[in-house]
Every structure is written in structure tokens, then in C-alpha cells.
Design a binder for this molecule. Structure first.
Ligand code: NAD
Length: 496
């Protein structure tokens, strides 16, 4: 039993030790003795400990999921979806509590955490809709012969998720995978293992049978064991590009279906005719929201021609932000050093620091970097081409739209790209040319909401299709085709 999280504000609040959840029971790792402190980033102090699992825990979780599959996969899809209907109500009821737990383990502001849980609920709603979408197809393909297509579960499947969305990203996978009839082994990020403990408890209270959802806590050894395990049929991964690529290769090598979303370097192209207030508000919200720890965050602003009036409006807004109130901390202490390193290097290479977030402090310790804007960045500077994953906006100045598109398309990532303009023609040209999977017109965080699928291109995604929406259902299922002929037709051949 995982009790509700008690916090109603940002004060340091302890939570239970994070353990594995296998066959409906919370248990210690079988052999691994490793553990990590779960830090509250606002305070820089431990709020829990996570016991790190290993290969044998993955095996135990897979056996539990295999045992549960026999029954769960036979439930009518509508009954499986009803668990998600109940979960939706439970998440609404516990919205505040789930949001505080997430805020405490990840560091994001309460409002940001609440928005994340609400987005998780939206994904749950998509799962609820699947009985209406997944009816399959049937056609009389020749006289007296019908072909019917239906979606069958794969069996035991697994998901590995990052630290920046501890609640929402698991819900990119669980509704489609479970409503389809699979059983699941989830590995949360070891930095934020607590949110899904409460969710697992709510799932159990909503009637999810034991063993349908299993959780193995841990890091790289657990992920490698999931990739290698012959009993796991598909693996979904969300995290950095380096790891996504390695996980995709390793899971594929053991003949698994794999879809691995990676990191990003999102370019926002701004032209002089853009609406100043809308652009400034949007760009600032995009690069500093969740302390810049979003794969959809604005990272490079490509300013076409004379955009000084817009850059000034962005600078003024960003300079007013107060860390702790308008912006949360970054999740790890090491991230502060990494982000500050990028700012230092860019400044040394000739970039101008318009807003400087170095040295930001909270009122209770913790890991802080304030909003930072770097002007005159070039695409070859690390701040111009690498994922910083912090509240840093790099401004690259170019003379024309062609050069802006060239820079966007030369970067190896392909998650998101936006254009800010009041010209439909400019918007159309950019949207038709940029090499990114999720694009925006006057939108700073162009996340495709349900039912549209979330997924980037190039080095931002390995494997076919999107993680959410209908593609997600396709990913976690296989198609059974049944061809039926009842009456023998003597006058025609079988395939006629
Ligand atoms: P990460 O790649 O370090 O970790 C992701 C997961 O992989 C974690 O569960 C972690 O335990 C595990 N892991 C870490 N190192 C591993 C290794 N060497 N081998 C196997 N598994 C390993 O990512 P993160 O720091 O948790 O998250 C931030 C990254 O995730 C950023 O790059 C961000 O852009 C990306 N992200 C992408 C999306 C997307 O949809 N494309 C969404 C959210 C986050």
C-alpha cells in the first residue's frame, strides 16, 4: 500500500523508499544492494531512497507479467478500458496530491506539475476511447470471401522513461499498451521513481489485476536486461539521443520491436513581422518552462533580419522572472554545472549574455539556473548545436529565411521547429521545409495533443511512427488477418 503524499506546499517532505512492484507486491531487489538518494531539487536534500534493481528483478517482473497476460489478454477491450475510466477519476480526485509529489521529486513548479498530470490524464482518456477506435476492419475481398483485420496484443512489453516527465511520459505508453491486452514492465527514471508508485497504487484500486503493470527500479543494468530479455516483445524508450540510439540497437538485436525517442535542439525561427507580444510571451514560456528541461523547449531562436524589437521584448520578459516563483530548479546538481559550462563557453567564444542565469539561488538551497539568453551565438558553438537541457535560449542571427531553414535542417535533431510570423506565406514555406516531426506556427511548444501522435524525426526518434495516438496502439499490437470463406464456390477459383 502506497499512502498519499502529504505535502501541500514546497516544504521538504519525505516519502517511502522506492522499491520494485512485481505481481502486485512491493519488494526489495533480489540481489542488487545498490541504492540512490531521491533528491528534492528545490532543497537539494534527499526525500527518499530508491533501491536499484538488476537483471534478476527484470526476470521476476517478466514472469509476473507473463502469468497475468493469460487472463488480462482475454478480457474484452471494453473491460480493460474501464480500468482506465476509473483511473481517470482517481487521478482527477488525487490531482493535487500527484502534482505535489511530482513537483517535489522533479523540481517543477506546482502549476507545471499539475499541467503534467493533466496531460497524463489526457493520455488516459485516449486509452478510454480505444474500444471505439480499435474495431478493426472487414471487407468482402472477393465473392463469398472476407478478410478481417484485428489487433492482437504482443504479450509482455516494456517501457523506459526519463526524469523530466515522471507522470506523463509513462502515460504515453500505458493506455495503448494495456488496453490492447499487453502486460507491462516499467522502468521509471531512478532520479524520479516516486510518482509512478502512487499511480501503481491507484491502478490497483481501480481494478487492474496484479502483474499487469510491474515496476523495476534502477538504471542502465535494468534497461539492458529489458533490451535482452527474450520474454519481452516490444520496448518503448524516451530519453536522451545517446541512450535512445544504444537502446534501439540493443533491443532490435534481440528481435524486439523498439521505438526510442531521443533528445532535441529545437529551432524557433522569428521574422521581423511577427507579433511582438505573442512571440515574446511564447518564446520565453517555451525556453524557461520546466526550467528548460523539456524535449520540446525552445533552444535556438533564429532571428531573420532586424528582429531587435522582438529580442528586446523577450529580454525584458525573461529578465523579470523570479527563480523559485516563476521558475523551478533543475533536477540535478550536475545539471547546474553542465548548463553553466555551456553559458561560459558561449560567452568565451563571443556570444553576448543578454540575460544571465548563472549564480541564481533559491531560498532553501537546491539546484538553480535562472533564465539565460545568449545573443550572437553561431551554429557551430556548443550552445548553438548541442542539447543544453536547461533554461537557455541561444540567438542565432541570419540575413534571410533561406539561411534560417538551412541552419534548422543542418542540426541532426528533428523534434520540434516553429515559425513566428504574421505572414501565411512565410509560415507555409517554413512548415514545408523544416526537417522536424512536430512543427508550430506561432506556437512555442508544438506538442501534438491527443489524438495526434507525439514523435520526432532524425536523431530525435529511432524506430517507426509516433509514441502516442493511434501509432502507439499500432506499436503495441500486431495485426491478425483472417480470411474466411464459408461456402465452396465450384464455379470460381479460390482467389478469384
Ligand atoms: P537519459 O537518456 O539519461 O535516461 C533515460 C532513461 O534511460 C532513464 O530511465 C535512465 O535510467 C536510462 N538510462 C540512462 N543511461 C542509460 C544507459 N547508458 N543505458 C541504458 N539506459 C540508460 O535521459 P534523461 O536525462 O532521463 O532525460 C532527458 C533526456 O530525455 C533529454 O535528452 C530529453 O530531450 C529527452 N526526452 C525526450 C523526449 C521525447 O519525446 N523525444 C521526451 C522527454 C525527454
Amino acid at each position: 500500500m502506497i499512502p498519499p503524499f502529504a505535502a501541500k506546499g514546497y516544504e521538504l517532505t519525505q516519502f517511502l523508499t522506492a522499491r520494485n512492484y512485481i505481481a502486485g507486491a512491493w519488494c526489495d531487489p533480489l540481489t542488487s544492494k545498490d541504492s540512490l538518494e531521491v533528491m528534492n531539487p528545490r532543497h537539494g536534500k534527499a526525500m527518499s531512497t530508491v533501491l536499484m534493481g538488476g537483471r534478476d528483478d527484470v526476470d521476476a517482473a517478466v514472469r509476473s507479467a507473463q502469468a497475468a497476460f493469460a487472463d488480462w489478454s482475454k478480457w474484452p477491450i471494453r473491460d480493460r478500458a474501464h480500468v482506465f475510466y476509473r483511473l481517470r477519476s482517481a487521478m482527477e480526485k488525487h490531482l493535487e496530491e500527484l502534482s505535489w509529489l511530482l513537483s517535489h521529486e522533479n523540481g517543477k513548479l506546482y502549476a507545471e506539475a499539475k499541467a503534467e498530470v493533466e496531460k497524463g490524464i489526457e493520455c488516459v482518456e485516449y486509452g478510454c476511447s480505444l474500444p471505439n477506435l480499435a474495431a478493426g476492419e472487414k471487407l468482402e475481398v472477393s465473392r463469398g470471401v472476407t478478410c478481417e483485420l484485428s489487433y492482437a496484443p504482443l504479450g509482455v512489453v516494456a517501457g523506459v522513461v526519463p526524469f523530466n516527465f515522471p507522470n506523463m511520459v509513462p502515460f504515453w505508453m500505458l493506455p495503448q499498451a494495456l488496453v490492447a491486452g499487453n502486460t507491462f514492465v516499467l522502468k521509471p527514471s531512478e532520479q524520479v521513481p516516486l510518482s509512478m508508485m502512487r499511480v501503481a497504487q491507484l491502478f490497483a484500486e481501480c481494478g487492474l489485476p496484479s502483474g499487469v503493470l510491474n515496476i523495476v527500479q534502477g538504471g542502465q543494468p535494468v534497461v539492458e536486461a529489458l533490451c535482452d530479455h527474450a520474454g519481452i516483445k516490444a520496448l518503448g524508450f524516451v530519453g536522451s539521443t545517446r541512450v535512445a540510439k544504444a537502446v534501439y540497437a540493443r533491443a532490435s538485436a534481440s528481435s524486439k520491436r523498439a521505438l526510442c525517442l531521443g533528445g532535441a535542439k529545437n529551432h524557433l525561427i522569428v521574422v521581423p513581422d511577427a507579433d511582438v507580444a505573442l512571440t515574446a510571451d511564447n518564446v520565453v514560456a517555451s525556453f524557461m518552462g520546466c526550467a528548460g528541461q523539456r524535449c520540446m523547449a525552445a533552444s535556438v531562436l533564429v532571428a531573420v533580419g532586424d528582429c531587435d524589437h522582438i529580442i528586446e521584448a523577450i529580454r525584458v520578459r525573461a529578465a523579470k522572472l523570479v527563480t523559485g516563483t516563476d521558475m523551478g530548479p533543475v533536477t540535478q546538481e550536475a545539471a547546474v554545472r553542465r548548463i553553466v559550462g555551456y553559458i561560459d563557453a558561449a560567452e568565451k567564444a563571443g556570444a553576448k549574455v543578454l540575460v544571465d542565469g548563472r549564480g541564481a539561488k533559491g531560498d532553501a538551497g537546491g539546484y538553480w539556473v535562472g533564465p539565460t539568453i545568449l545573443d550572437n551565438v553561431t551554429p557551430d558553438m556548443p550552445a548553438g548545436c548541442e542539447e543544453i537541457f536547461g533554461p537557455v535560449l541561444s540567438i542565432v542571427r541570419v540575413p534571410n529565411l533561406e539561411r534560417a531553414i538551412e541552419i534548422e535542417n543542418a542540426n541532426p535533431y528533428g523534434n520540434a521547429s516553429s515559425i513566428y510570423t504574421t505572414s501565411g506565406d512565410v509560415a507555409k514555406r517554413v512548415m514545408e521545409s523544416v526537417d522536424a516531426g512536430m512543427c508550430g506556427v506561432n506556437v512555442g511548444v508544438p506538442v501534438p495533443r491527443e489524438p495526434f501522435g507525439f514523435g520526432g524525426w532524425n536523431d530525435s526518434g529511432f524506430g517507426a511512427g509516433n509514441m502516442t495516438g493511434w501509432d502507439g496502439y499500432r506499436f503495441w499490437t500486431r495485426q491478425r488477418k483472417v480470411t474466411t470463406k464459408w461456402a465452396l464456390q465450384k464455379d470460381i477459383t479460390w482467389m478469384s
